[in-house]
Write a protein that binds this ligand. Sequence first.
Ligand code: MG
Length: 394
Amino acid sequence: MVPAPPTIVHLDADAFFVSCELARRPELRGRACAVGGRERGIIASASYEARSAGVYTPMPTARALRVCPGLILIPPTPGLYGEVSSRMFDLCGELTPWVERSSIDEGYLDLRGNALADEAAVTAVVRRLQGRLWSELSLPVSFGVAANKLVAQVASKLRKPRGFVVVSPCGEAAFLAPLPLGRLPGIGAKTEARLAEQHGLRLIGELQNLSEAALEAAFGAGWREVQAAARGQDDRPVVTEAGDAQSYSLQETFAADVRDRAQLLRVLKGMIDELLPKVRRDGKRARTLTVRVRFPDFTEGMRSRTLPEATDLEAPFYPLLEPLLAAAGAGSRPVRLAGVRLSGLAQGGGQLELFGADEARRRRLARVRDQLNAARGAGALRHGHQLANPADDA
Ligand SMILES: [Mg+2]
């Protein structure tokens, strides 16, 4: 039997803030530079050249300039890092809707749904993603691929920058064994020093078969978790947002292949109009829209995009439909089946400053529409685009 390939991916952008700035100022590439505040500021991110000169984060800027006199100090650009982060996770979302952002520049992907045959196939698609992040966003990102989140995370940090490490399933313990204890998430520099000093423990492998008594002496009540981690065991799932892996979806198989782009768009908009009232009813917001199409030859295309912020309104998703359809390969081809999915769910119809001043008005309108529809039977009050060409709605 061929073993199942590893499908959990951890990605970690290298020197993220600096890399965002270098993407706009490539002439600084290869120089010692850092993003940080000048007056009594601290270094938020340092290029690898600056790091090898002794600059680290967080370090007071004044000290960084002393240890590395030629350091090019770049003031932080408001808004830039969140924007690049969104674009990074958008590209990830084109590969799988199972994207978990753990920080502005780190996250997990689960490729289980991609039906990749073997490790070589997984490696190829993740390599392609790494290549796109570099060619399209000028963003160096390191990847770890493994059977679980813990091992993928350790792997991604091993060969920075632009590292790429795959750990085969069942090879987790052997992979971790020769690494220093500080590589285990949760073991910081101080703990690492204490373990070496007081217990003579230096490598992860030394924990793998240590006696319970010795583990308890070194780690106290939490020793079982430490032992499991040292052995590369972890069963946490990749969650798309706020611990919620749910999604809302609809699809339709057409009686005749749809060739008219405008008609296809109306169908997909209609699906969004059908799903959002459910999202509102459940008191949730959605952030990621996935469009899936099947062509007459039964090949499929699927693409996702993630809004900067979760919403419970229809309108923010509409402009994503056309580019998603094009990206999914449905630019001009006839389509046999089409569907949408809303994921990246968060609790609560929140306040969305991002979508501007008429947000509150739109939400009130949406609620009124939901109430009217509930009172008169669904579909009583329709959106303008559903009325555009009633003949096509049949
Ligand atoms: Mg990083």
